[in-house]
Design a protein around this ligand. Structure first.
Ligand SMILES: Cc1cc2nc3c(=O)[nH]c(=O)nc-3n(C[C@H](O)[C@H](O)[C@H](O)COP(=O)(O)OP(=O)(O)OC[C@H]3O[C@@H](n4cnc5c(N)ncnc54)[C@H](O)[C@@H]3O)c2cc1C
Length: 246
């Protein structure tokens, strides 16, 4: 919290004996975004460390349309980032990373001065809710208990993705339904929000994502601009200015 990531990374890499490759584990949205930030940092500061991505899947960004993975994998090739798909991270000790081939089961080691783990985390307490955001326990609807955000799964056609986009829509719906529920008619509104896009940044001036329809893939500066706007919109909401139309 006291120092920026680039400051910490710079201090580490300026120490002697740190010129072995840097490993990023995890090809999900977080791992990919960090990978390209680190790549830009190394290039900008002229560090010679090679960069590699290790992922247990057979392609990156598995939960997104395949075109996003293909764009990212091509970019990794262009930027000389080593890619180890279908590979498990098993540990790191004294400048060496231990990996396991997922298909064959054989283990091997590679030199790695620094290893970042972005292997995700499993969801803890997930609460089921009906389409109005009211919690369901043992098939009983708790009329007065509403839930929203990552910890909720709504039984409706709306999006249950673990994203700020869904969390904001569910939160707003739950708030409206709380008010409606305390009114005379108790006519609640169902959750119908479908994802309208998702953008993953690839360094400070590139991004990839989809907009409106899952096969409508946006890349480059256009995608980056969308990401900046979406983030600004979220920051505005957190300070009380609601600019969401959909
Ligand atoms: C690294 C990263 C990058 C992401 N990037 C994106 C992105 O680009 N776009 C996108 O749409 N989504 C992104 N997400 C997902 C997005 O952040 C979440 O979907 C969103 O924050 C969910 O909102 P939430 O309110 O449900 O949970 P959170 O934002 O996680 O808030 C939960 C809060 O509850 C608090 N809390 C937890 N337990 C307790 C307790 N027992 N008592 C009191 N307080 C408690 C926590 O401290 C936290 O403040 C990203 C997530 C991560 C981790």
């Amino acid at each position: 919290m006291k120092h920026s990531g680039s400051e910490i990374l710079g201090q580490f890499l300026s120490r002697p004996g740190t010129d072995a490759p840097i490993s990023v584990v995890g090809g999900g949205a977080t791992g990919i975004q960090f990978l390209f930030e680190i790549e830009h940092f190394l290039r900008y500061h002229k560090y010679k460390n090679k960069l590699r991505l290790i992922d247990s899947g057979d392609q990156v960004l598995k939960q997104f349309p395949g075109q996003l993975a293909r764009y990212v994998e091509t970019l990794m090739t262009d930027l000389n980032i080593e890619y180890y798909p279908t590979t498990y991270f098993r540990g790191q000790q004294q400048g060496k990373i231990r990996l396991e081939d997922k298909n064959i089961g054989s283990q091997f080691e590679l030199a790695s001065s620094l290893t970042f783990l972005f292997s995700g985390k499993s969801q803890g307490s997930l609460l089921k809710a009906n389409a109005f955001g009211q919690v369901i326990v043992d098939q009983q609807i708790l009329q007065h208990v509403f839930v929203a955000g990552d910890c909720s799964y709504y039984q409706s056609i709306g999006s249950n993705t673990l994203t700020a986009q869904s969390a904001v829509r569910k939160g707003k719906l739950a708030a409206r339904n709380l008010l409606r529920h305390s009114g005379l008619f108790k006519l609640l509104e169902p959750y119908l929000h479908r994802d309208i896009g998702y953008v993953i940044s690839l360094g400070p001036s590139n991004a990839v994502g989809w907009l409106a329809l899952e096969n409508n893939v946006v890349t480059g500066l256009a995608a980056y601009t969308i990401k900046e706007i979406v983030e600004a919109q979220y920051d505005l909401l957190l300070v009380g200015i609601d600019t969401y139309l959909l």
